[in-house]
Design a protein around this ligand. Structure first.
Ligand code: 3HC
Length: 694
């Protein structure tokens, strides 16, 4: 049963009991209405308390029901709230831990609210591409004021309950046991004559509501751009301010029903569940015991190692940072301090916190100092011989049971593990640069990696606030293996008729944070060059445009050399189209005997995104990634793929795999078509009318 009913001291206590977060699915909704009815019919009951069992009051509507018949099956949340609000016996919501979305809307329908301190109060619907759909845009402004409510609704950010004490949202902050307090309060209000207060009956007071809403609208326009939900949040609030509660409520409902059908909302819900699903590994049950990680060792104090170390000290874990030379070590530590101090300047950190974190850092030149570490992460030069030396040394000094991780982005993790006598303790932890900022962590599972090692690393990732995605061993793992195909297409299009600025513009308009050429100039064109040189040796049959090699031969490595695909003015990061490079591209086409043609923006987007999709499908075929949503999480959190499109695999589903496959076959028949033979999974799913994520 999703709801428990009990009578305590003449008070009916309705307890939502739908783990994990008391989502308001159909059976929970039904249980609440039944509870209200039961309390009405029980003469011994004077009032009702609604609370939540376990870790939440309620996390809101059950998102898994969206776009299914259950979502609209009566009693809907509207009906539930109507029953609560219309109850002749006063209803008290006893709020603790989490009251979000529909959960908060339910509480706003109660006559009174008692809250425990520390509860997270939010209307986070906007983060799912929708707006509060059960009266939140109407009742919250009446309870906490227009400005606070609008900020909460448009940002979706949680606010601690104690910060809202003193507003009409809470009648009481519980001091001792929440339920005892709420029951005592309910007895008090149950003894009073009705009618009992309803949030809907109060007015929204603001000296200049119209002006404030316009101000909010302007601010949202610059941030949200075409993303519809934040705009609709404001529209719905405004409708209530101008036209009153009932009309505001009807308008809110209309907007909710429209937004829940949008591809943006589908994408954001996919990302919500994708993030949680990424943490689950099919053959590593959640009951797998984990190893204790109390001290971390990081080898290499360069940009990567320093960034990695920052993650752990930020999470309060002591880090031993190892370098081979004193000056490199000092430089690394100084850079870490500089990065922290930059955060102080931005007001994100206090100087005390910086000192606390720096005190957790123990710089050293001695491998022996790693003996105490429970997790050792190597971030040294990306060359197998160098990794071999490092791993042989770690193997000598690390204590039994320590986890030995490599930050390699391309090398064979199984070969690295074989340098040690304990390959089962070896795992890949591929951080993305800057490692203290980027959310993505590819966790590379070697052939022999032990299950408890994987479970531990996934838990550690949570602690340092990363989105961890498990990848099998292959060149480039999930993210870089796919991006190589994307870059190959971008380069082919230069040969065929496009210029860097056009390609970047088209894909940035699609929503990518940065196009391939601006990105490459930022990262350094020499990185790709080194990989291609290796490819030419290892896979001479691989067809590649040579234009990027020409660029590197001319010393144009990107921003760091003052020029790459674009020109850069000294000290500036603005990418300026380069006549020299554009001429070089045109000359290269001529050399190849290619007659340049106009390439449409649609073709650019299709070739770039579908090349990711095809490689992603191969990665699934080979079992390198275990589910399509994992691939999407890699692209959303590590490669700037637009969140509101949900990642390449969901995007392909949105386009329809039948259409995707047709496009692939079309490109396969053209010059530079060798990568376009559709992966087995694309063909199979397309023929069955299915998608990667359905
Ligand atoms: N519906 C369905 N499942 C939900 C859910 C919801 N509203 N909220 C959380 N869950 C599930 C998660 O998918 C996860 O499932 P899993 O264990 O199978 O992976 C489980 O609950 C635990 O979630 P977390 O791992 O996120 O647990 P945390 O303790 O870290 O966080 C939370 C809890 C703060 C509630 C967080 O889950 C969260 O932010 N949830 C979303 C809240 C939300 O967006 N609510 C609005 C829903 S839309 C709505 O209410 C519409 C209404 O206006 C009509």
């Amino acid at each position: 049963m999703a709801v428990d009913y009990a009578v305590r001291d003449g008070i009916a206590v309705i307890t939502l009991d739908n783990p994990p977060v008391n989502g308001l699915g159909h059976s929970t909704r039904l249980g609440i209405v039944e509870g209200i009815e039961r309390a009405r019919g029980d003469a011994s009951v004077s009032a009702v308390v609604i609370t939540g069992a376990g870790r939440a009051f309620s996390g809101g509507a059950d998102i898994t029901e969206f776009n299914t018949p259950k979502a609209t099956q009566e009693p809907t949340l509207h009906t539930v709230i109507k029953a609560v609000e219309g109850s002749a016996k006063p209803v008290v919501a006893a709020i603790h831990s989490v009251a979000m979305g529909g959960g908060l809307e339910l509480a706003l329908g109660a006559h009174f609210r008692v809250a425990a301190p520390g509860a997270q109060i939010a209307l986070p619907e906007v983060k799912l591409g929708i707006l509060p759909g059960a009266g939140g845009t109407q009742r919250l402004p009446r309870a906490v004021g227009l400005e606070t409510a609008l900020n909460m609704i448009v940002s979706g950010a949680p606010v601690l309950s104690e910060k809202l004490a003193g507003t009409a949202l809470f009648d009481r902050m519980a001091e001792g046991d929440l339920l005892d307090d709420a029951v005592a309060f309910a007895k008090q209000v149950g003894a009073q004559d009705g009618p009992h207060p309803k949030v809907r009956d109060s007015t929204i007071k603001h000296p200049n509501a119209e002006g404030f809403i316009q101000f909010a609208r302007n601010s949202v326009a610059t941030i949200a751009k075409d993303f519809p939900a934040p705009h609709k949040c404001i529209d719905a609030i405004e409708a209530g301010v101008k036209n009153g509660f009932e009309r505001g409520l009807a308008f809110e409902r209309e907007c909710f029903l429209a937004l829940v059908q949008t591809p943006e909302s589908r994408a954001l819900r996919h990302a919500f569940f994708g993030e949680r699903a990424a943490g689950k590994i099919a053959d590593v049950p959640s009951s797998t015991p984990v190893r204790t990680i109390a001290r971390v060792g990081v080898i290499g104090a360069g940009m990567m190692g320093g960034g990695i170390a920052m993650n752990f000290v930020n999470a309060g874990l002591p880090v031993t940072l190892l370098e081979t030379k004193q000056d490199a070590l000092e430089r690394g530590v100084a850079t870490i301090r500089k990065n922290f101090e930059a955060q102080v300047k931005k007001g994100k950190l206090t100087t005390e916190k910086v000192e606390e974190r720096m005190a957790l850092l123990k710089p050293t030149l001695a491998y022996d100092d790693l003996a105490e570490a429970d997790l050792i992460i190597e971030a040294v030069f990306e060359e197998l011989g160098v990794k071999e030396q490092v791993f042989r040394k770690i193997d000598e000094v690390a204590k039994p049971g320590a986890i030995l991780a490599s930050n390699t982005s391309t090398l064979d993790l199984n070969a690295i593990a074989a340098f040690t006598k304990r390959p089962e303790d070896v795992v890949g932890m591929h951080f993305f640069s800057p490692a203290n900022v980027m959310k993505l962590l590819e966790v590379v599972r070697g052939e022999k990696t032990a299950k408890d090692v994987l479970a531990t690393v996934m838990q550690v990732a949570k602690k340092i606030k990363k989105t961890a995605v498990v990848s099998g061993v292959c060149d480039g793992f999930i993210g870089n293996r796919m991006i190589e195909q994307y870059v190959r297409q971008a380069l082919f299009m230069l040969d065929e008729g496009a210029l860097p600025a056009q390609i970047d513009r088209a894909i940035e308009k699609f929503g990518f944070a940065m196009g391939p050429f601006r990105m490459s100039d930022l990262a350094g064109n020499d990185i790709g060059w080194a990989i291609r040189k290796r490819r030419y040796q290892e896979q001479p049959e691989l067809h590649y445009s040579r234009i990027a090699d020409r660029l590197c031969e001319a010393g144009r490595f990107g921003q760091k050399t003052g020029g790459g695909w674009y020109d850069y003015k000294a000290g500036e990061r603005n990418a300026l189209p380069s006549k020299l490079v554009d001429d070089m591209i045109v000359a290269h086409s001529k050399e190849l005997g290619v007659e340049r043609r106009k390439i449409s923006d649609d073709e650019i987007v299709e070739r770039l995104v579908f090349s990711l999709v095809n490689e992603g499908a191969k990665i699934l075929d080979e079992g390198i990634a275990s589910k399509a949503s994992d691939i999407d999480m890699v692209y959303l959190t590590g490669y700037g793929f637009p969140l509101y499109r949900g990642g390449p695999m969901l995007y392909a589903d949105t386009v329809g795999l039948y259409n995707v496959e047709r496009a692939m076959r079309k490109y396969a028949a053209r010059p530079n078509g060798d990568a376009w033979a559709p992966a087995r999974r694309v063909t199979e799913l397309a023929s069955q009318g299915k998608g990667f994520t359905s």
